[in-house]
Design a protein around this ligand. Structure first.
Ligand SMILES: [Zn+2]
Length: 294
């Protein structure tokens, strides 16, 4: 889907107040189904604003973001990217137009993928940004991508989660960037913060933070059990495992599904529960000795 045929039926972008000094704006983007929008967040306190994930590339998205900052009586000081997938940064250039002192931040593991003209700065785990009288803390949450970060506003118990979780459905964890083991650790790291509100990169804001994180973990572990169950009948190649998990897939997303199965297999091989018995990356794969076949 190009930005030109993006759905125009709903009034885009919408603005929703998430917490005192925090707003969500929804913009149309081309991204993986079931999503067709991305959430951009504006955090503004004491005249200072930070924008998180300006993913909408249309001018309307940048206009709405600027309007929100102006209504908050603030000046844009920084743009923070939870990660560097195109649907989270397509609007950066438009927001930087005419600005002089706006810093761009992303995790050090993703900086090399950004436009050098942005002169982006690394934001490592634990690093704090001050936004007026609010403090935004960086939480490294790899899994969806190696340098994925979430942003924690402890006074609001609000977690800006990027693609760590979605407001509805699940996020994609697939090769080459995805890592299921790291992803599960990241969910635990986020859960330890005990967020009340989770503001995700796609889908609605959730006010049941613990449940969202628990569901994401349960979903991933159920998928892992599905991979192991498929292999219980004998060695299978990647396509066969994928068909066992998702029998009726739209051809357009078969590749994505297979790369997500590979991410599970990689974790299981690292844990020596599955072994690769083939000649290329498509397998076949088999349960490791003692891995569960009777
Ligand atoms: Zn992403």
């Amino acid at each position: 889907m190009s930005s030109e045929d993006a759905p125009t039926t709903r009034p885009l972008p919408d603005v929703e107040r998430v917490a005192p000094g925090a707003w969500r704006l929804e913009a149309a983007v081309a991204t993986l189904p079931p999503f067709d929008t991305v959430n951009t967040y504006v955090i503004a306190h004491s005249g200072v604003a930070v924008v998180v994930d300006p993913g909408g590339e249309r001018s309307e998205a940048a206009d709405a973001t600027r309007r929100t900052i102006a209504l908050a009586g603030a000046t844009l000081k920084a743009i923070v990217l939870t990660h560097t997938h195109a649907d989270h940064l397509a609007g950066v250039d438009r927001l930087l137009e005419g600005e002089r002192d706006v810093a761009v931040y992303a995790h050090p593991r993703e900086l090399q993928r950004l436009d050098p003209a942005w002169r982006a700065t690394g934001l490592a785990h634990g690093r704090r940004l001050t936004v007026g009288d609010e403090v935004v803390e960086t939480v490294h949450t790899p899994g969806h991508s190696p340098g994925h970060i979430a942003l924690w506003l402890s006074t609001q118990r609000l977690l800006l989660a990027g693609d760590l979780v979605a407001g509805a459905g699940s996020v994609w964890i697939g090769l080459p960037e995805g890592d299921v083991g790291e992803y599960l650790e990241s969910l635990a790291r986020a859960a330890a913060l005990e967020p009340a509100v989770i503001a995700p990169g796609h889908g609605p804001v959730r006010h049941d933070g613990a449940l969202v994180l628990h569901e994401a973990r349960a979903h991933r572990l159920a998928r892992e059990r599905g991979v192991l169950a498929a292999l219980r009948i004998g060695p299978l190649d990647l396509s066969a495992i994928r068909r066992a998990l998702y029998p009726d897939l739209d051809a357009a997303i078969v590749d994505h599904a297979e790369r997500s199965v590979l991410a599970h297999l990689r974790k299981l091989m690292r844990e020596r529960r599955v072994m690769h018995v083939g000649t290329d990356e498509r397998g076949p794969f088999d349960l490791a000795p003692g891995g569960g076949r009777d």
